[in-house]
Design a protein around this ligand. Structure first.
Ligand SMILES: Nc1ncnc2c1ncn2[C@@H]1O[C@H](COP(=O)(O)OP(=O)(O)O)[C@@H](O)[C@H]1O
Ligand SMILES: [Mg+2]
Length: 411
């Protein structure tokens, strides 16, 4: 390895040059690391599902799933045939699950009181826009947003995930490398910018490897919105949406295509976050139950309420259906964390989610290779480690799904 130059500024190399050099070194090392763990040519995919998981995703009993699948396979015109894995057990790809959902829906359509397999919104059920927020980095926003978006798509909703963080870790988790795969004007910035380079939001929406899940990726260009907004405010054209209405306005262009939008916010209360706050119909505030994190969240809440007051004072509608605190990276055996959780629950009552996200190496290890729990192979982990993490994740996601269904008035 080449000998590194000293990091101390000298007369010949001023601090700014040192920082630039270190930044370039780090950047190329990170790029090399990324390429190693996830080569640009690698295609991401989701792991196959077991019959018991498929039964849960579809909301039916495993025995009934077996019956339905054999019936479908016996049909002369059948083109549905999930593969058989070890032990002669069925394994279902994510495409199999989507196809099965459609077939089940077709076979029960019209019969009264039938279970719904395809979850598309009906008239009177408004698009739900869920934002994961908190200005503490590392509180679990991206992990929460990524797993929620994937879970909802696997459950049969049409989901749009929006990466609003210039650091773009959500995009990376979804297999989109912010430096390589996302070009100029390919983020939501392209659709909300103030100048005439603006493009329709449809042009920045991508498919993912999960049926029903679309992505608007992020990268560093999102920062431009923070720089442009003060200037735009001074020369504002009254026929154009003000900055905090811009995300809501572009989501409106594709509203009919989705049931739920999930927004991963950056770790600060800038103009992007304010615009997400205005668009959101619900907030998930992720909080790690430790003193410093809770103190920082206190500031976040104070600033957020000031902002919402300001937004309300210029006449924006209050669209919030619910907000919940989600306890993240929770270690049930840690005394101080438990005290903090108890304190949060006693102060915020029903605003704290019943289910917490447990801390698990399955989640952090999966993250190292840009994967979610729904993507990593179970066999990579001790079974109990993986299953415990997945159970906790599914419980959190299912609680959020229930909140969404409550808004829609579904049972
Ligand atoms: N429940 C968890 N258990 C273990 N590690 C976690 C968990 N949730 C998040 N992490 C890890 O913590 C780090 C920060 O999480 P992240 O979701 O990126 O936070 P944020 O988006 O708020 O900055 C990531 O490396 C992630 O893999
Ligand atoms: Mg993040």
């Amino acid at each position: 390895m080449a000998k590194m130059k000293s990091v101390t500024p000298t007369e010949t190399e001023p601090l700014r040059a040192v920082i630039r050099r270190l930044s370039e070194t780090l950047s190329s090392q990170l790029q090399a690391h990324q390429t190693r763990v996830f080569p640009p040519t690698a295609k991401k995919s989701i792991r196959p599902f077991t019959p018991s998981e498929v039964a849960k995703l579809l909301g039916l009993a495993e025995g009934y799933l077996r019956t339905v699948v054999s019936e479908l396979e016996a049909r002369p015109d059948n083109d549905f045939s999930p593969a058989t894995g070890p032990g002669n057990r069925r394994v279902y790809t994510v495409e199999d699950v989507a196809q099965l959902r459609k077939l089940l829906d077709e076979s029960t359509r019209g019969s009264r009181g039938a279970r719904r397999y395809v979850q598309n919104r009906k008239a009177g059920e408004d698009l739900q826009i869920v934002a994961a927020m908190n200005f503490k980095g590392g509180s679990g926003k991206t992990t929460t947003a990524a797993h929620l978006a994937q879970y909802l798509a696997l459950r049969g909703y049409r989901v749009l995930a929006i990466d609003l963080d210039p650091q773009a870790s959500l995009s990376a988790l979804f297999g989109t490398q912010p430096e390589l795969d996302v070009g100029e004007n390919d983020t939501i910035y392209g659709a909300i910018r103030y100048d005439d380079e603006r493009r329709p939001v449809r042009d920045v929406i991508r498919n993912t490897y999960i049926p029903g899940l679309n992505l608007i990726p992020g990268n560093i260009e999102l920062m431009e919105f923070e720089h442009d907004t003060p200037k735009a405010l001074m020369n504002r054209r009254s026929d154009e949406p003000i900055f905090f209405a811009r995300i809501e306005s572009v989501i409106g262009e594709v509203e009919d295509d989705y049931d739920v939008v999930v927004i991963d916010c950056p770790p600060q209360l800038g103009f992007l976050t304010m615009s997400a706050l205005t668009a959101a119909t619900s907030l998930v505030i992720t909080v790690h139950p430790q003193m410093l994190d809770v103190m920082s969240m206190n500031q976040f809440l104070a600033m957020t309420s000031d902002l919402l007051d300001e937004i309300a004072s210029v006449g924006a509608a209050d669209r919030n259906n619910w907000m919940r605190f989600l306890i993240t990276r929770f270690e049930p055996t840690d005394g101080p964390q438990n005290q903090m959780v108890a304190l949060l629950r006693s102060m915020f009552n029903e605003h704290v989610m019943v289910n917490s996200m447990l801390k698990s190496t399955a989640i952090s290890d999966a993250g190292l290779t840009n994967q979610t729990l729904y993507e990593v192979e179970r066999g990579q982990f001790t079974r109990t480690t993986y299953d415990r993490a997945l159970e906790s994740m599914n419980n959190v996601n299912s609680e959020i799904e229930s909140l969404i269904k409550q808004v829609w008035g579904r049972p």
